[in-house]
Write a protein that binds this ligand. Structure first.
Ligand SMILES: [Zn+2]
Ligand SMILES: [Zn+2]
Ligand SMILES: [Zn+2]
Length: 335
């Protein structure tokens, strides 16, 4: 069973996911090896029984679960970082551990092994985003899950272990530290300035324009003023919505369009780089967070943090966000 351990000096929590069962020899090389052949891929249609049984799928009504015919498929992660269960060992005198209760799901975007979110039709991306909300709500209703974290690791260099395009949803039993920091800042801002900090950032950025990359009726994509990494982007809904589960109607299509567009810009400008994205949203712990505003953070994997960053939690960004926005704005839009 995975467990969560707390560092006694800083209070920082770390997940120890024993089911991943890495042997020392698995760490031998950090070089990226060739992707597995499509004929071995457990996410391809026809190999449904190579994954745990599906939790949800978009498929025709007359089509059996765990058989081909699906458009989007959700399965439990075979090697979960979070899984509700009993701790195998109790805490030791100085050292706290707790069960890594929760869930860990894989959302397979498409049956097409060679597609990715930037090359799929926008309508298919929209279908994936609708599945995000379905799974988000299912996890929100799980009493073990205090935070539902949706992520994409695109390609091996960005942490993907399977090439076939997919997202992951982590049902986390605590509110992660970075989200706690954002909540604290947003709460303070709301109390002292009387308005949501993300709404204010969006207004200010649209007024200045220098860091805006692209916008549509429901979303704005910006290079944030204090970007941590080169060409980092935030996609923010125009409507003030604390939680991702509030997205609805036309907003799905607009979200799909801007995500497809921005990923297309990365693809064109950096020759299909690996990238990561994740959605920050209000916790699912039953409390209200009216001052928070969900958003998606997107980062192409162009640099790797060094010892300064690792030792300080401070990033050195070698590209200004103003330059990043200009460079990405000028690329021809594929949306
Ligand atoms: Zn595949
Ligand atoms: Zn807001
Ligand atoms: Zn954020």
């Amino acid at each position: 069973m995975p467990e969560i351990r707390q560092d006694v000096v800083t209070g920082r929590w770390v997940v120890v996911a024993t089911e991943r069962a890495m042997r020392p020899s698995d760490f031998g090389s950090t070089r990226v090896s060739a992707a597995p052949e499509p004929h071995q891929c457990p996410f391809c249609p026809g190999r449904e029984l190579m994954t745990p049984l599906e939790l949800y799928a978009v498929r025709p009504a007359d089509c059996e679960p765990n058989t081909p015919g699906w458009q989007v498929r959700v399965v439990p992660n075979k090697f979960p970082a979070f899984k509700t269960g009993e701790l195998e060992q109790p805490s030791e005198s100085m050292f706290s551990r707790r069960a890594a209760d929760g869930s860990h799901e894989v959302i397979i975007h498409t049956p097409d092994h060679t597609a990715c979110l930037a090359t799929m039709p926008v309508g298919d991306v929209e279908l994936v985003l609708r599945v995000y909300r379905q799974r988000y709500r299912a996890n929100r209703d799980d009493p073990h899950v205090r935070y539902a974290h949706i992520v994409v690791n695109h390609e091996k260099e960005a942490g993907a272990s399977i090439e076939h395009t997919h997202s992951q949803l982590f049902g986390v039993p605590l509110v992660p530290p970075l989200v706690q920091q954002e909540l604290a800042g947003a709460s303070w801002h709301h109390t002292s300035r009387g308005k949501c900090v993300f709404c204010r950032i969006m207004e200010a950025e649209l007024e200045v324009g220098r860091r805006v990359i692209v916008e549509n009726d429901s979303f704005v994509a910006i290079a944030p003023f204090a970007s941590c990494l080169p060409f980092e982007m935030w996609i923010i809904p125009r409507e003030h919505q604390p939680s991702f589960d509030m997205i609805e109607g036309e907003q799905f299509g607009d979200f799909a369009q801007i995500l497809h567009d921005t990923l297309g810009r990365y693809r064109e400008r950096f020759d299909s780089p690996p990238y990561n994205y994740y959605i920050h949203s209000a916790p699912t712990d039953g409390s209200d967070y009216p001052y928070y505003h969900w958003h998606l953070e997107l980062i192409p994997k162009l640099t790797w943090p060094g010892a300064f960053e690792m030792g300080t939690s401070m990033m050195i960004n070698v590209t200004t966000p103003e330059h990043a926005a200009e460079f990405l704005r000028d690329s021809h839009s594929v949306g």
